[in-house]
Write a protein that binds this ligand. Sequence first.
Ligand SMILES: C[S@@+](CC[C@H](N)C(=O)[O-])C[C@H]1O[C@@H](n2cnc3c(N)ncnc32)[C@H](O)[C@@H]1O
Length: 268
Amino acid sequence: MKDCDPKHWDAVAEDYASSSEPITRPYGLDALAELGPRRGLRHLEAAAGTGGLALEAARSGCDVTATDSSPAMVARIAARAAGEGLANVTATVMDGQALDFPEGSFDLVCSAFGVMFFPDHRAGLSELKRVLAPGGKAAVVVWSHPDRMGHLSDWRELFRDDFPEFGDLERPAAWRAMDTADSLAAEMQAAEFRGVEVQPLRHAWVVPSSAWRPEEGRCHPFFERMLARLGPDSPDRARARLTAAFDERYGDGPATFPAEAWLAIGHR
Ligand SMILES: C[S@@+](CC[C@H](N)C(=O)[O-])C[C@H]1O[C@@H](n2cnc3c(N)ncnc32)[C@H](O)[C@@H]1O
């Protein structure tokens, strides 16, 4: 299953809000702070996942449209908005590479850890630019290089030590294309955003246990593909070995990993 396959994201939607959203949230909140959401502004959250950031924009008073290609993710956004009584959220299933909105529909557009999983990230960025109103502002957040992400550099090291036949992490092409400040800025400029600025965002991932790390990999198809390369029973076997290795290294309690992302701001 590919990173872009909505079925993959459907399958992990139930766990995403509790396992992955707490990790992505601080970076997303930085992006939102840069965008400056406020009452009456039209905000698009593309590849919104379970909608943590979209709901935050709605709490600021924006009229929020949250889109994602996974119906299960979108259902969760709608349920959370209804649960909070946020009538200013519309949640819609939509491919971020072909947004079904007229040009200039939004004052703010945001995609956090979304475009980096699209098969065609250039289409995703161009679409964000197209639907942005003149004078509007866009925020795009992507993970940095795995060497600059504590959790991932551990994975790589353990894979190299324990499973040398694996080679390196298999990252989506879009992520590889945008994992430095310069390459992300260049991609934003190619999409014709003006006044592009890229800054690093650094937070610590606080994860509950050693088992969390190999388990959380289930949310990401590229980890699953790596594990599957060992053979039919390999994902569970590799997960057990990784958990034991992490236990040995960090103990079984919560652990903290510094991790870097990039925030690109662009204007129309
Ligand atoms: C890592 S999650 C990020 C979710 C959320 N923005 C966050 O910050 O936690 C990636 C999301 O991108 C969505 N996605 C992947 N490809 C997509 C596409 N082509 N169009 C729209 N959404 C897509 C997935 O369904 C998933 O919800």
